[in-house]
Design a protein around this ligand. Structure first.
Ligand SMILES: CC(C)(COP(=O)(O)OP(=O)(O)OC[C@H]1O[C@@H](n2cnc3c(N)ncnc32)[C@H](O)[C@@H]1OP(=O)(O)O)[C@@H](O)C(=O)NCCC(=O)NCCS
Length: 223
């Protein structure tokens, strides 16, 4: 079938040279088309910048995702700011087998177009969970199965191989804790308040007390 298509194309290109140009344009367009499979959107204020590849992803309201994201098997909370070029949950290959090529251990993953395996021997993916109000800088890689807490910040260029605690700022390869955004007492209160679940009207408090965390916490307690 492929051979017939090749011959037909060759003849057609000879007869109408511009056809080749058209085909090349179509290939380029396909390359920048967004891939979205099993995408669950949790609200109307979610922005996804293209090009992008999202497979088995759930996204909370008020979250935006920068250009060129490749995200697989991931649950993302609300109010997350995700910088460009995120690679997240792309799966793992076994390192203790004779080969790392999927065709020997995966019945489903035919990455190179074929497999010798009838029963999968290795679990390639596990869920990545990104909390609420998480800021992810540019060019970050988040490995399989990692959980990122609420309010965390991931520095530009980080490779996140381990779970990140709530409100921690991490950076580097592998990512390590640089500092926390707030002292423990405030982190505990913010975790209890869970402002990301406020009604639209109550959300105005976040804007109102933006730089006064203590006042915000005390006002929330009064309500
Ligand atoms: C991680 C980040 C938020 C840290 O901000 P910060 O808390 O103000 O940190 P500072 O600039 O005070 O630096 C604190 C320490 O962390 C280091 N550091 C800062 N950013 C880092 C990063 N991305 N990776 C590794 N280390 C980093 C600094 O070198 C400094 O180290 P030192 O204490 O040994 O001198 C910030 O540097 C960052 O990476 N922002 C992302 C920007 C981005 O990608 N924007 C695009 C979004 S659309």
């Amino acid at each position: 079938m492929k051979l017939i298509r090749k011959i037909v194309n060759k003849i057609a290109y000879r007869l109408v040279p511009n056809l080749r140009l058209l085909d090349e344009c179509e290939d380029s367009i396909r390359a920048i088309m967004p891939v979205k499979e099993n995408l669950q959107l949790g609200g109307e204020f979610i922005k996804i910048n293209y090009p992008t590849q999202l497979r088995n992803v759930a996204i909370g309201n008020y979250t935006y995702i920068g250009q060129n994201a490749n995200i697989f098997g991931t649950k993302i909370g609300k109010f997350c700011s995700i910088g460009p070029n995120l690679i997240c949950g792309t799966g793992m290959h076994p390192t203790n087998g004779i080969s790392t090529a999927p065709m020997f251990y995966s019945a489903e993953n035919k990455s190179n177009g074929t497999t010798l395996c009838s029963k999968t021997k290795y679990e390639e993916r596990s869920l990545v969970e990104i909390g609420n109000d998480v800021f992810i800088g540019a060019n970050v890689v988040i490995l399989n199965g990692v959980k990122i807490g609420n309010g965390a910040v991931i520095g530009a260029g980080a490779v996140v191989a381990q779970d990140v605690p709530d409100y921690a700022i991490v950076g580097g390869v592998p990512a390590k804790i640089i500092r926390y955004r707030f002292p423990d007492s405030q982190v505990n209160e913010l975790q209890k308040i869970q402002w990301w679940n406020f009604s639209d009207d109550k959300l105005k408090m976040v804007e109102q007390y933006f730089y006064d965390t203590d006042k915000f916490i005390s006002e929330c307690k009064c309500q």
